[in-house]
Design a protein around this ligand. Structure first.
Ligand code: CTP
Length: 417
């Protein structure tokens, strides 16, 4: 099942590390090639010699080892892998990965890799249940980390609960699932906008809105997970860049538009950014000071509409253009009119009234409107909205690459009128 697959197995410190020789044996039994990296703590629970014997390769432990670097540099270790597996994944290693620490070989590899990571957490149940661990995990999952386990059961410390590492055969099954997962968007390019934009008033002040970027980032991750090559253009957000996604950071609507134009041509564009509709007509070069009289009047100019521009991009128009409609009343009717006005193919209408809790919150209720009518989705998390949307995109697009998606120019001109 895993013939020809190259795995990088990172073993961190925990009693479950004693199961890793068995895991390596099973992975190799399915045809995988396994290279092993250990943290110093892991070597307290399982010897490098056992893992070298079962993997058939030397085991890497030291970031600064001249001999290791000469044989296979640490960047090469992850470059040469098809998937990175972390088993057991300790609370400490998950925390390092969540926060971008890189102070040993394992954490450095995890930070430097552009490959997907599958983690099998294992730790004491209180460590597992601690909000710090759960926060780290949520952050990592949002970034695309795949997780198997932990199982519930009796722990080495005598307690009972969740925290036991998934059994080796369950980890092997998760690795197989990863490689067998359909990649319906492989070979296709996607562009996603996310987050708010910041429109400067003077060097210290700006106009913005409450967008968290969660929805757009989740969509970028879901499309990448299905094999698309994704460019995410994001305004300022407090979120990590999703794994496996080319992420471009911008501030203003103008910068976002430019970055989107540069990313064309693409097969699908999803505009999830809450672009500021207006910017200050003139940006003061110095901080505007109070002068004790009346407050300054702010003259506003309209920003470019990125969704409308992408929808009307002539020969550069993505095969499928999708927008959001943030509405506070008459949601479906407003969104239907917005779809027509902007010229996009689908619009995902959401209620952003204060009482809905959508803006900045974890959930979203969507009404999807396309040429055929409306589809009401239940209130689900923004990650689930992203999965559902990515699946619908995959169903709609065939695997034809960008060039062949385009309609003949004549037809497109007609469509724009
Ligand atoms: N959008 C955009 N560029 C803008 C404004 C909006 O790309 N300058 C996109 C958003 O990413 C979203 C869609 O247009 O996909 C609708 O955004 P929304 O804020 O609902 O609509 P507005 O165009 O701002 O219209 P209004 O404020 O009048 O409701």
């Amino acid at each position: 099942m895993l013939s020809g697959k190259r795995l990088l197995l990172i073993v961190s410190g925990g009693i479950a590390a004693y199961k890793t020789p068995d895991l390596v044996r099973r992975l190799r039994g399915q045809g995988a090639e396994v290279r092993v990296v250990m943290t110093p703590a892991a070597a307290e629970f399982v010897t490098p010699l056992s893992l070298a014997s079962v993997s058939g390769h030397r085991v890497y432990q030291d970031l600064f080892s001249l001999t290791d670097e000469a044989e296979m540099g640490h960047i090469e270790l992850s470059r040469a892998a098809d998937l990175v597996v972390v088993a057991p994944a300790s609370a400490d290693l998950l925390a390092k990965l969540a926060h971008g620490l890189a102070n040993d070989l394992a954490s450095t590899l995890l930070l430097a890799t552009d490959k997907e990571v599958l983690a099998a957490p294992a730790m004491n149940l209180r460590m597992w249940q601690h909000p710090a661990t759960q926060d780290n995990l949520a952050r990592l999952k949002a970034r695309g980390l795949q997780v198997v386990g932990p199982d519930e059961g009796e722990m080495a410390c005598g307690e009972y609960g969740p925290g036991r590492m998934a059994e080796p055969d369950a980890i092997v099954a998760a690795v197989e699932d990863y490689f067998n997962a359909p990649r319906p968007l492989a070979g296709l390019k996607a562009l996603v906008t996310s987050g708010p934009t910041h429109e400067p008033i003077d060097p210290v002040r700006y106009i913005a809105n409450r967008s968290s970027g969660r929805q757009g980032h989740a969509i970028a991750a879901a499309l990448a997970h299905r094999g698309a090559a994704v460019t995410l253009v994001t305004g300022p957000v407090q979120l990590p860049d999703p794994q496996g996604v080319q992420t471009l950071h911008v501030e203003s609507a103008d910068e976002m538009l430019q970055a989107c134009r540069n990313a064309l041509p693409v097969d699908v564009a999803v505009c999830a950014a809450a672009v500021s509709d207006w910017r200050a007509s003139e940006q003061a070069e110095q901080k505007i000071k109070k002068d004790g009289t009346s407050p300054p009047a702010l003259q506003l100019s309209e920003n470019p509409d990125i969704l409308a521009q992408l929808s009307k991009a002539g020969t550069e128009r993505p095969g499928l253009v999708i927008g959001f409609a943030a509405e506070t009343r008459d949601v479906a009717a407003q969104a239907t009119a917005k779809r027509e006005r902007k010229g996009c193919d689908w619009i995902l209408a959401n209620d952003v009234s204060a009482e809905s809790g959508t803006f900045g919150g974890p959930d979203n209720s969507i009404i999807l409107i396309d040429a055929a009518g409306r589809e009401d989705w239940p209130r689900i998390s923004k990650e689930e909205v992203a999965e559902r949307l990515a699946a619908r995109i995959a169903q709609t697009l065939d695997r034809t690459p960008v060039e062949e998606h385009r309609m003949p120019d004549r037809l497109q001109d007609g469509q724009q009128q």
